[in-house]
Ligand binder design. Structure first.
Ligand code: PA5
Length: 442
């Protein structure tokens, strides 16, 4: 297996190699803390060695549960939010048909619980009417409101459609081993369950059952995904590969040089949700104590005709990290046309990907000329193994980067603020004081 590569040549006109390399010792220290558990948030480091520690028995159990769901369901709804949603969504979208079509022989995988849109839930319920459907409900805490609402609605619908006993066979819960409402509910109802380890935080959980079960249900090879992650884990932790290191120190050097916004760029629509997953990983890990690079993303060429103007000419507070895919999965050649009315014959015989790559290169040169440092992450192909590598690469680089920044990358205290207000406004029992306080402000 090749390794994914990081290329920093197009940042060097804006930040010196010295400035980048001066962070090497901090990065080494950060990696050591991730390995020996001496840094902040050290009770959430289970993900560091997770790929290497994931045994065949667990993968077999997940594959067997996925096979059962595939057998009895035409649609599987994955309920979860944040880290209990984005990893599976990212991998399934990256590996799947570009138009969202289901893999032959596999159920359609839909998502819920990541919003509280009444119309979204209505449309979903209508769509599921009379269909053979199942549910994977995922919540580490087991108490998150958004997925809990979606689960209550869909559980009721499933039980009404097939009866409580049969519904129980089509529901799998992924949650804490002991705590939380979802754990007690799953125990009472006798659902098949998988455990999210205490020391694996939500946004670092895609390589646990949280991501692996939905990915397997959708028909993708979770053993290869974990193999790719293991490969990167081994290479990074043994010090033989420095890609994550290079990425972490370069983005911190850019941040210190005033580049406060990082835009993750792709030229392959299938990577859209990889960017969404990455935004959560970095945003929730680093945005605290009034610090942190703001993670943004664009999908090109689409956004070259929208955000491209801002990136080329707007405030110079940004840098880009481009995920370049070496080899696409299919071949489409631009045909010659005898009349050439559209003037496109100069492209005849070229693959669409050749044109895409020139759009990518042309954009990189233009943006660098316009004062936007460009990092490049080179992914040999979009398949399970390389996605596994990429996931681990981003996770470990995030841990290193957060420690260099000086924050605890593994908590998310800021997420509680909206919840307190929402509960107070909804008059949740136990929030009486907050309710009175917030009402006095309205
Ligand atoms: O990264 C995190 O920890 C969060 O984004 C959680 O994944 C998210 O809040 C969902 O939490 P839970 O799985 O407890 O429902």
């Amino acid at each position: 297996m090749e390794k994914i590569q990081v290329n920093i040549k197009d940042v060097l006109s804006m930040v010196s190699l010295n400035a980048i390399e001066s962070l090497s010792d901090e990065a080494k220290d950060a990696l050591r803390k991730l390995q020996d558990g001496t840094g902040a948030g050290n009770d959430f480091l289970g993900w560091v060695k997770l790929p290497g520690e994931t045994d065949k028995a667990l993968l077999d159990d997940i594959n067997a549960a996925a096979a059962t769901l595939r057998e009895v369901c035409d649609v599987v709804v994955c309920i979860g939010i944040g880290g209990s949603y984005l990893g599976a969504k990212a991998v399934i979208s990256a590996l799947g048909n570009s138009l969202g079509l289901t893999k032959p022989g596999c159920p359609e995988v839909l998502f819920a619980g990541h919003n509280i849109g009444e119309d979204y839930l209505y449309d979903l319920q209508q769509y599921l009417q009379g269909k053979r459907f199942g549910i994977i409900v995922i919540s580490k805490s087991g108490t998150t409101t958004e997925p809990a609402i979606a689960f209550r609605l869909l559980k009721e619908q499933l039980e009404a459609q097939v009866g409580r006993a049969e519904a129980g066979k089509r529901i799998v819960a992924i949650t804490d081993a002991k705590r939380g409402a979802l754990r007690s509910l799953a125990t009472t109802e006798g659902y098949k369950t998988f455990v999210i380890a205490d020391n694996v935080g939500g946004r670092f959980s895609v390589l646990s059952p949280v991501g692996l079960l939905p990915i397997a249900v959708a028909g993708y090879d979770i053993n290869a995904l974990v193999d790719g992650a293991r490969f990167m884990e081994k290479a990074t932790l043994s010090g033989t590969d420095s890609a994550a290191f290079t990425y972490a120190i370069t983005r911190n050097a850019l941040y210190r040089a005033g580049k406060k916004i990082e835009i993750l760029v792709n030229y392959n629509p299938r990577l859209h949700f990889v960017s969404e997953w990455w935004k959560q990983l970095y945003g929730e890990s680093e945005g605290k104590d009034h610090l942190g690079i703001f993670p943004a993303s664009v999908d090109n060429s689409t956004d070259l005709h929208s955000m491209g103007q801002w990136i080329q000419d707007g405030e110079r507070s940004i840098f880009e990290t481009v995920i370049s895919v070496d080899k696409v999965n299919h071949t489409v050649v631009i045909p010659s046309d005898a009349d050439n009315l559209d003037g496109l014959n100069y492209l005849a015989g070229k693959r669409v990907d050749q044109v895409n790559k020139m759009a990518e290169l042309g954009t990189r040169i233009a943006h660098v000329d316009g004062g936007v440092p460009n990092l490049q992450i080179i992914l040999p192909e979009v398949n399970e193994e390389y996605l596994g590598q990429l996931i681990y690469f981003f996770e470990v680089a995030c841990g290193i980067s957060g420690y260099i920044l000086g924050v605890n990358p593994f908590n998310q205290p800021g997420v509680e603020a909206y919840k307190r207000n929402m509960f107070a406004l909804l008059e949740k029992p136990g929030y009486e004081e907050e309710t009175a306080a917030i009402k006095s402000r309205l």
